[in-house]
Structure formats: structure tokens, C-alpha cells
Design a protein around this ligand. Sequence first.
Ligand code: SIN
Ligand code: CO
Length: 373
Amino acid sequence: MKKLPLLGNITPAEFLRDYWHKKPLLIRGAIPGFKPLLKFEKLAEMARQNHVESRLVTQKDGNWDMQHGPLAELPARTEPNWTMLVQGVNLYDERADELLRQFRFVPDARLDDLMVSFATDGAGVGPHYDSYDVFLLQAHGKRRWKIGSQQDLTLVEGLPLKILANFKPEEEFVLEPGDMLYLPPHYAHDGIAEGECMTYSIGFRSPSFQELGEAFLQFMADSIDLPGRYGDPELKPAKNPAEIPRDMLDTVTEELNKVRWDQEDVTVFLGETMSEPKHNVFFTGPAKPLTVGRFMESAAKRGIKLSSKSLMLYRGKHVFINGESFAVGRADKVVLDVLANERRIDGAVLDKATDDVLEALYTWYQDGWVELG
Ligand code: SIN
Ligand code: CO
């Protein structure tokens, strides 16, 4: 793989080997000449929407306050010490989506979203740590980052946000537009705006095993098959009627031990789970969808692309899109793998698609999962 200016002129393999999960990396000029993709007004408008996750963090006289969106009103832009944070900006802005996709040397199943923060002078969300890796790209203005490798991650109790009780910064940098700071999970950090600034956070997903385990058992509930019903043709008179009979316990244990799973089940579970859009994501299909014939004609000319909101993954013969899974044949797999990896397919590739795939694509188009062009 090529050396990337985005990673400070090292290859993704070198970055992953030396920094990922291990140590911070400051990259000056990661995106030279970077300009914010969204103006403050656009961001504030997003934060007013019900379906967009946003927060307003303010600090006054040492007191922290956090309000969850929708944010109908914001403090004056000239007032210091407040931050507006908007999550999932990539879902609603194509250029933000493109920016996030520059980080696809990390697989899609691990990529989360682009969060944008707008801060007035002196503002920050306090010294804290995150449970996942993060790239902090400075988009506008300056932010002073203080970071530390401390093990003590005790939080101040009783606050509406996570603030480290004993923050001990070891390094300090002022980031300017286009500079980027990578931090591994659990690395203490505190970013303070020097004048008005905007920071873009490229975040990753790391589900807890407990979360996965609970979801997996629910998933398995839909697919287990245990025919028959408990019976006891050899039943003897009960001496202690309240005691659960030994035979009953043995039989039920034996039956439940028949619940088994293999990697195929885990594949389908993981694909469906990791491709499931967040609860606040809604798709809107075209207001006046083309007929299937016109759609095919247009797709053959212009190709098809995934909506920024669509999550598409695959493994072996299993293809996943927005929480649904399909087992596909070899020819369909070739076409759908291209769509998943490139997030678009040319008309020429569509030529090789079977009727099953074309039918699915048309349904996805009606549902707003894919778009023409
Ligand atoms: C921010 O952009 O204000 C906070 C980002 C972070 O510290 O994770
Ligand atoms: Co953070």
C-alpha cells in the first residue's frame, strides 16, 4: 500500500503496526489546505433536527453542563466556552462521507462516523478518554490538545459528562486546519479552542463482548430448532412434590445442549449486526421512483451507488446490507462485492448481474438504500 500524507507519509500497514491501539500520532498537514466541509449555520441546522444526535456542552465558572439535542437554541456565537457536537455528519453530507471513507484502510465493520464539533473561544469538553480509537482532524481555527498516557482513568462523580479526576497531560500541541491527531482507546486528552474552532472526529466502533453476547443469544432464538416436548412416561410418585425431579433436570440439560452454533451462524449474526443502521437513521426513497425498466436503463448508463447511510458488508457467500442478509451464488457475489467495496458499480458490471440481483437493486433503490449515478 502507498504512503499516505493523511497518515504523515507512512503506509496504512506501518500506521497499524506502530500506532493503532498503541500510541498517539500527530500529523501536521494530514490534509493540506483543508477547508471545513460545512458552515456553522448548516451544522446548527443539523443539530436542530430530531433524528440527528447532537450535544451542547457548556462550562461556566468551573461548572459543566451538557444538553442533548435537538438543540433549538444555541448561545451567541460570540459567547466563549460552549461546544456543539454533531454526530453522524457523514450520513447527511456526501463530502463528509467521502472524508470518512479515506479511513477505509480500517474495515467498514470498524468504522463508525464523523462527528463535528464547533467550539467558541476557550471551549472544550474537558479532560476525558474515549473507549475507541479516534482521529481528530482540525477543520477550522486552532485547538490546543493536551494528552497523557495515564492509567488512572477515575472520573469526577456526579457530572453530566465524563471528566477525568486526575488529568496529567504529558504533551501539548496546537492543531491548525488540516492537522490531525490520532489517539488510541483510553488515551487521556483535553482539547481547548483558541478562538472559534471546528474539529472533525473520525470514530470507530468497538462493541463490547457482553453486548455482542446478548445480541447473539437473541439472534439464535430465531434460528434454534428443538422439536418435541418434555414428557415422563417412567414417572414415579413424588416424595417431595416441590423438588424438581432429577430426571427432569437431566432431560432438559440434554435438550438445551443441542443448541449449537458454528462460524456460519456467527458470520450471519455479525454481518446483520454490524450492517444494522443506528436507530436514528431513516432512509428516504425517491419521491417519484422510476419504473423498473427506466431504472435498469438509467443504471446501465450511469451506474449505481450506495446511499451514504447504507452499510454493506460481506463474508464468503453472505452479503449484508442495512441489517439484512442474503446467501448468494458466485456470479451475484462478484457484482455485490464490487458494490460493497467500491460503494458503487458501473453499468458495465451490472451487465453481469442476474435477475435476482437486479430485482434486489430495484427494491433498494425504491427504499433509498442505493441511488442512481
Ligand atoms: C471535541 O471535538 O470537542 C471533542 C472530541 C474528543 O475529544 O473526542
Ligand atoms: Co475524546
